[in-house]
Design a protein around this ligand. Sequence first.
Ligand code: C2E
Ligand code: MG
Ligand code: MG
Ligand code: MG
Length: 281
Amino acid sequence: EQKRQAPGQLGLFNDVLAEQIRREHKLRSRLEEAVARRELLLSYQPLVTASSERVMGVEALLRWQLDGEEITPDVFIPLAEQSGQIRGLGHWVLQQACHFAQHHLPSDLALCVNVSVVQMEDVAFVDLLTQILADSGLPPARLHLEITESLLASDPELLPQKLRQLHDLGLRICIDDFGTGYSSLSMMQDLAVDLVKIDRSFVGNMESSGRVIIKAVMQMADSFGHLVVAEGVESSTQAQALKALGVHYLQGFYYAQPLGEHSLLEYLARPAAEPVITPLD
Ligand code: C2E
Ligand code: MG
Ligand code: MG
Ligand code: MG
């Protein structure tokens, strides 16, 4: 009985696997044309200061509309990283976002852009950034590069040097998804980091262990001179608790969803007293 069932389950498993491989293959080949076909666009999610809840910047988040279906970055970014397509995509993201921020956003707003390890490892990355900043005219200090914490473990030799070079261009370095990776305190102390962004899993878990972790991050940030952002803020209760813990900036659906360019400009133009609305383009 057992022997008969096993090949059947394996067959099913193989079918699922084969289907997944087909889908990934399709996505990779469609991703090749996505920029030219204008299927990619950027949305922008506001970040607010904890003290006054004024918008201090926006994070560019990539969206892919494929045949009327939205493919989430959690699906296609890893694929693009494996295939190396992230280099072209990442370049496009930086160009688009820097141009938009410089030409359409108030000049005191920061622009946060996510950067993948594969982009960072490119020997030409620093030159590329210099070029993009020059072409767009965006002052380097307005650009925050978000690097996921897991990246810190990737190349202990190269990364400190890369971050230092980028920092010397005048831009800011933010460690994203902080608390989920493997970085040691000594590593954090030595890196040219300006901000850490607390992973949203801790914000969503503040009634229990999240709170203790956020407190520890605040102490580290205080000693090392980092500013702290909390992501994934979904309620006023969370916002109040994060403010009480001394977090500097807040980001999340409670303040605004990621917005298309047009909705973002509307959001920024609304009178400060108006209740926060969160339309999606
Ligand atoms: P991330 O950089 O940590 O971005 C935050 C993610 O949390 C975004 O998901 C955002 O839409 C979502 N989010 C924001 N506020 C809330 C909230 O209150 N509750 C919940 N549940 N979620 C919230 P998104 O846009 O799907 O992006 C996922 C990840 O994909 C990003 O995580 C980032 O790592 C990556 N990504 C997105 N755009 C780019 C890009 O242009 N380049 C690279 N390399 N990675 C990108
Ligand atoms: Mg990010
Ligand atoms: Mg994050
Ligand atoms: Mg992330």
